[in-house]
Design a protein around this ligand. Structure first.
Ligand SMILES: [Zn+2]
Length: 421
């Protein structure tokens, strides 16, 4: 131990859970110069400038939200303030899903990633237009709105920021162009050696001039395009064209692909999360790998919005309050063990980003990205936008995080208040 220099901060008396080091119990964590300097049963006899008592709190690796929309201003009403979704919500790393494109990734770096206190990464949009206004104009997302060569180059040049490619497989697009754009998306992802992240579930109205494809047909055409390590998102969506058929069954070929082909599943919670669908998918044996919250300007309440009715008119508007820790609480309520839920927001996303050597663990020598949670016990109402309310006995709430050793309290307006049942 360094005799000369005290710790900058010691987190004391917390319950540490780190799936990577395997530690699960009462440990103190010492941070020095923004780096995790010690993890020990007790650091009480060590010198420290600041001690934070985290009795009755859980200390976990800095949380990673794999599905964020934070290209604020550029994506119109869609993009949220990065730090309100990030560090001020207890989340240290955000992955923007398809906000920036090859044409706008430079602005994303300069105006979002660089000035944010949160670590901000991105899955680059396969489409030139990126995620403007939440993909409001479907005609912009056809094969003419894609340039594989330019996007591959942008992904390679911005490798420090770009960790995957984002595309949409959904019946509105399929009715217009079939699977053409998804195939180009895979061409981009493969050439750039990155995972392809597929939004599954209806996003656009179907074309009035073409027959409406069945979701079965969409899945059957999509799966052969996907490669090992690619991601399917929105397993719990109540929108058509998702994991579950109109008969309420998980598509058998999808189940097979997730098991055999090692396709990963990201929750991508959003406003379309359904407890009923979640139960069916979990019961079928599909366990999400990561737990993106998918918050954006149309599905969360913006405190100072002057255009509330316009936002409420969006098909992805919702009233059930949610964020990453609510999504975690819901999975806990649905029977997923706490340790598994923690993996979905720490070491698993780190693997998806191929940053498992840097992120997702409270190991000595790592940058000090740490989330501190309070798991309340009682009776709490959780709700979805199909009208189902459940009473949960545990509610996970963020208390604060350390991002590179700096402390941020979880006081964001996007952390929903607890609703006591
Ligand atoms: Zn999204």
């Amino acid at each position: 131990m360094n005799e000369l220099k005290p710790f900058d901060v010691v987190l004391e008396n917390g319950t540490l859970i780190d799936p990577v080091t395997g530690l699960n119990g009462s440990y103190d964590v010492g941070v020095r110069d923004g780096v995790i300097a010690a993890v020990d049963a007790s650091l009480k006899s060590e010198k420290a400038i600041e001690r934070i008592d985290v009795t009755d709190h859980h200390v976990i690796p800095g949380m990673i939200d794999t599905h964020a929309h934070v290209y604020e201003h550029v994506t119109g009403k869609f993009g949220l303030s990065p730090d309100l979704v990030g560090v001020y919500s207890g989340v240290t790393t955000l992955v923007d899903q398809g906000g920036p494109s090859c044409m706008t990734v430079g602005g994303f770096r300069k105006f979002i990633a660089e000035p944010s206190a949160s670590r901000v990464l991105a899955f680059l949009s396969a489409y030139l237009v990126g995620g403007l206004e939440g993909h409001l104009y479907p005609e912009l997302y056809g094969p003419n709105g894609v340039n594989a060569e330019h996007t591959i180059t942008a992904a390679k040049v911005n490798r420090d920021l770009v960790k995957g490619i984002k595309a949409h497989a959904e019946i509105g697009g399929q009715s217009r162009w079939g699977m053409e754009v998804i195939k180009i998306g895979q061409e981009i992802a493969t050439a750039a050696d990155l995972p392809l992240y597929i939004h599954l579930g209806q996003l656009w109205p179907t074309s009035s001039s073409a027959p409406i494809p069945s979701s079965e047909e969409l899945i059957r055409e999509l799966l052969p395009i996907m490669k090992e390590g690619d991601v399917l998102a929105h397993p719990f969506t109540r929108h058509p064209g998702g994991f579950v058929s109109s008969e309420g069954e998980i598509h058998p070929i999808l189940l097979e692909a997730v098991r055999q082909k090692q396709i990963l599943v990201d929750v991508g919670h959003g406003s379309h999360f359904s407890f009923d669908v979640a139960r069916r998918v979990l019961d079928a044996g599909i366990m999400p790998f990561t737990l993106g919250a998918d918050m954006h300007g149309y599905n969360v309440t913006i405190p100072d919005a002057t255009d509330k009715s316009e936002r409420a008119a969006n098909p992805f508007s919702g009233v059930a309050p949610f964020n990453l820790t609510i999504a975690m609480s819901e999975l806990l309520h649905l029977g997923v063990p706490l340790e598994k839920v923690i993996e979905m927001v720490t070491c698993n996303p780190a693997k998806l980003l191929r940053m498992e050597g840097e992120l997702g663990s409270i190991a000595v020598g790592r940058e000090a990205d740490i989330s501190v949670l309070k798991i309340e016990t009682g009776r709490f109402t959780l709700s979805d936008n199909s009208g189902e309310n459940v009473t949960a006995e545990k509610l996970i709430r963020p208390a604060f995080c350390l991002r590179g050793g700096e402390k941020f309290d979880a006081n964001s307006a996007f952390v929903p208040a607890a609703i006591v049942a």
